[in-house]
Design a protein around this ligand. Structure first.
Ligand SMILES: [Cu+2]
Length: 196
């Protein structure tokens, strides 16, 4: 396990930040936000509900929690930590850790982007000028993202989306914008705005 120390440290920091933001906070979007968001968002975006993007992973809780720390993975079954590292090493990405839709998403300009974490790990949904590495050096290295996206170095505690949580801080913009996870930097999607 010793060689995974950087990952452990950063994951622990992320977990602490999430814990802090959860405890402080009446203003956080609750995990079950879709129903609540639908009403307010639709009114603001011309009767349109949010454009939903799912955040997915396939972590196996037993091995991930053993390798990184308790509470790292909160979902049943999945891929072992060793398999995850092996696939990342071989391919530079792990396909089960992804946004869905995974490629380009289209929406109306002004429509709220609702990123919903359906996985078992903490993720971020972060707008970046250019895709790049995130906050976990080992994952950057194994995925070949040696140039860190500066936006990932300026995350706020509530940018970390826990399992079951969601992020509705961003809206569809005119043109094409890039979003990525700052923990797993191969998790990427582009969003193109149409009309208004
Ligand atoms: Cu992620």
């Amino acid at each position: 396990m010793r060689r995974f120390t950087p990952l452990v440290a950063v994951a622990a920091i992320a977990a602490i930040q999430v814990a802090c933001s959860d405890s402080g906070a009446g203003s956080l979007t609750p995990p079950t936000a879709p129903a609540a968001a639908r009403g307010g968002v639709a009114a603001a975006a011309g009767q349109l509900g949010p454009r939903r993007i799912e955040i997915l992973d396939a972590c196996d809780p037993t091995s991930f929690n053993a390798a990184i720390g308790a509470g790292t993975c909160a979902r049943p079954g999945g891929m072992s930590f060793d398999q995850f590292i092996a696939q990342l090493t071989k391919q530079g990405s792990v396909g089960a850790w992804r946004f869905a839709p995974a490629n380009n998403v289209e929406g109306r300009v002004g429509q709220v982007l609702l990123a919903m974490n359906r996985g078992g790990e903490v993720h971020t949904f972060t707008e970046v000028e250019e895709f790049g590495g995130g906050i976990v050096p080992l994952l950057n290295q194994l995925s070949g993202n040696t140039s860190v996206a500066p936006e990932c170095l300026a995350l706020e505690p509530d940018d970390f989306i826990p399992p079951g949580g969601s992020d509705s801080d961003d809206s569809v913009e005119s043109g094409t914008e890039k979003y990525q996870c700052c923990i797993h930097p191969w998790m990427r999607v582009t969003v193109t705005g149409r009309g208004s």
